[in-house]
Design a binder for this molecule. Sequence first.
Ligand code: GLN
Length: 285
Amino acid sequence: MNINECMHYAKDILKNANIEAPVHEAGVMLCKVLKCGRTYLYSHGDRELSIDEKAVLDHMLVQRTGNIPLQYIVGDTEFMSLRFLVTPAVLIPRQDTELLVEKTIDLLNQGKTGTNKKVLDMCTGSGCIAVSIAYFCPECSIVACDVSQKALDVAKANSELNGVQNRVELCCGDLFDAIKGGQKFDIIVSNPPYIETDIIAGLQKEVRSYEPGLALDGGADGLVFYRRIISSAPERLNRNGWLAFEIGYNQGEKVSALMKESFVDIQIFKDYGGNDRVVIGQLIP
Ligand code: GLN
């Protein structure tokens, strides 16, 4: 089979399995199999696949029709126009999370944080937030924490892949326990687990069966990590420091209310779907 034929073949299999974007996914798989870019697929449609290449494609299709997320199958994804490796030890970076990164970069660029520019990314997972901030803000240094060492291994690989390993320090531990000494930060950013425990079983199979439960489960009311981070953040922030969270679509008011005790200038931002997605606030002077 040549590339054109394989595109159709893979697309049909994915479509029959009710995969939402079969043409796109077929293309991503073929690029991975052939180690090429998308344009190569279109300009070399009559290039034949070897038996081994076809076998790799077939294996990917079996995995995908079993609802394994595409990103785990091909092993990487794009976030903030950068490439990130992903394994089942980490949550797959979401486009919604780009809003949190953009708002954090805005705070850094507006100089609202003073001159230090030290950022803490709490619950870093794949490192997508920490690495993107380091990449787009060359003056700042980042500490990125996670409770999972396996996740931190992925974050380390991603910091190296994007050339920011000298400015991203990785620490393992339970929230602020991971941080050594009395370090303080200008911004604490976090996309913590925030799904209510009872909701997880009803999520689509890709998420509930394959993404790490640890990265999703925000406790009975989904707010456990916000409470813990908000209560410890003030002693870890420099004067005029900011706290920036990603939140679930229905958590804007609840998380803002939790922040009110220690933060001012609390703002909620909506994602492209029109849902509340990011909350920021500045430490009360
Ligand atoms: N910070 C990572 C992300 O935004 C992981 C978040 C998490 O594990 N809850 O994708």
